[in-house]
Design a binder for this molecule. Structure first.
Ligand SMILES: Nc1ncnc2c1ncn2[C@@H]1O[C@H](COP(=O)(O)OP(=O)(O)OP(=O)(O)O)[C@@H](O)[C@H]1O
Ligand code: SF4
Ligand SMILES: [Mg+2]
Length: 354
């Protein structure tokens, strides 16, 4: 089946957004077979807005973001589709050009700053280096002033002293702050944060999310936040994209996705979201089963082996790939259930338990 036919019409419009991803596919040739890590993902991001990409482990969230940053380029990776950043297409661009944009126009922070930062260089040296790569005319002294300024801005106490510390001398939360300082030192217009708070305790998590929000307002960057926890993006994201098995299965404005989610997998994610106003033990409708293999992806809707409603679609769930269909303004979901059935199930069975 050619997947081109499956791209909904609205996904084929000329890209006008600040970031436009079109039918992105990133597959890896491995000894066990072809891993379809990202398999036809499309979305738009407006300047200064926040997109949350949500899904279970192995759904392709990190590979999507590494693809945008041009960091997936292993010999065994096959990439197709289009990534438009401010009118420039990155999939077909020269790797040197993408390298120039990385750090300057787009920057990334990772879950674990210890692996992303070099242990043998001070925090300051690493921020200075990140700055000077893109500002070759800047002297070391100027770059250090900028590094101290950035550390101060992300809330590191005594930044003029701590700038000379090594990463291991920082706490986990401070390291994450330092990595944010490094990512923002060149004032990028796109910041990708891949599980930026997963390794941190709950109080520090909230502080880091607040910091990202404040900085976004100050710097005006567009942000992609990647997480397996819908709670993390509940207050931060303007739009949410839900990934399952390398595909986008639902996307839309955050408020709509929380109030009127259309896809049974999103219902499961919402149901398993810990809530502050309830006992943490009370996980409502956990998504049963395990995430799909990306080598032998289940036929039809990849969620069908786990979906409680698969038998309501007259066999289509296991035989036919559902495409994203508009469910409301800017809201799309890929599920064979007739809309009226979906709304009835959500109203009767799901909403009362959320
Ligand atoms: N270089 C690679 N070669 C082969 N397979 C890969 C490679 N990188 C990622 N994958 C596979 O692609 C799939 C998606 O990986 P990805 O890291 O994007 O998941 P994720 O959604 O970020 O999960 P997590 O929440 O655990 O971080 C996984 O099955 C992973 O094993
Ligand atoms: S297409 Fe079928 S299996 Fe997939 S989410 Fe909808 S009902 Fe469930
Ligand atoms: Mg990941």
């Amino acid at each position: 089946m050619t997947d081109q036919k499956l791209i909904p019409e609205q996904d084929r419009k000329a890209p006008e957004a600040f970031l436009s991803v079109r039918d992105l596919r990133i597959h890896f040739d491995t000894d066990d077979g072809l891993v379809r890590s990202v398999d036809g993902v499309s979305f738009d991001l407006a300047p200064g807005k926040t997109l949350g990409i949500v899904g279970e482990s192995g759904s392709g969230k990190s590979v999507t973001s590494l693809g945008i940053m041009g960091l997936h380029r292993s010999k065994r990776a096959r990439i197709s589709g289009e990534i438009w950043l401010e009118g420039e297409e990155l999939v077909s661009a020269d790797p040197d050009r993408v390298r120039q944009l990385r750090g300057r126009k787009m920057a990334m922070i990772f879950q674990d700053p210890l692996t992303a930062m070099h242990p043998y260089y001070t925090v300051g040296q690493q921020i200075i280096e990140a700055y000077r790569v893109h500002h070759p005319a800047a002297s070391k002294k100027e770059a250090k002033v900028r590094a101290v300024e950035m550390l101060d801005r992300v809330g590191i106490p005594q930044p003029d002293r701590r700038v000379d510390d090594y990463p291991h001398q920082f706490s986990g939360g401070m390291r994450q702050r330092a990595m944010i300082a490094m990512a923002l030192v060149n004032d990028p217009s796109l910041l990708i944060a891949d599980e930026p708070t997963t390794a941190l305790d709950v109080t520090v998590q909230a502080q880091i999310l607040d910091l990202i929000r404040d900085l976004q307002q100050e710097f005006g960057s567009a942000v992609i936040i990647i997480t397996h926890d819908l709670g993390v993006v509940a207050e931060l994201a303007d739009d949410i994209l839900v990934m399952y098995g390398g595909k986008c299965i639902e996307r839309g404005p955050a408020t709509t996705l929380f109030d009127a989610p259309e896809h049974p997998y999103t219902w499961g994610l919402l149901g398993s979201m810990p809530r502050l106003d309830r006992d943490l033990q009370e996980r409502l409708i956990p998504v049963r089963g395990t995430p799909p293999s990306l080598i032998n992806v289940p036929s039809g809707c990849a969620f069908h082996p786990r979906c409680p409603y698969a038998e309501l679609t007259g066999g289509r769930s296991s035989s036919e790939l559902p495409v994203l269909v508009e469910a409301g303004p800017g809201h799309h979901a890929a599920c064979h259930l007739p809309t009226a059935d979906r709304h009835r199930i959500f109203a009767d069975e799901i909403a009362p338990r959320l």
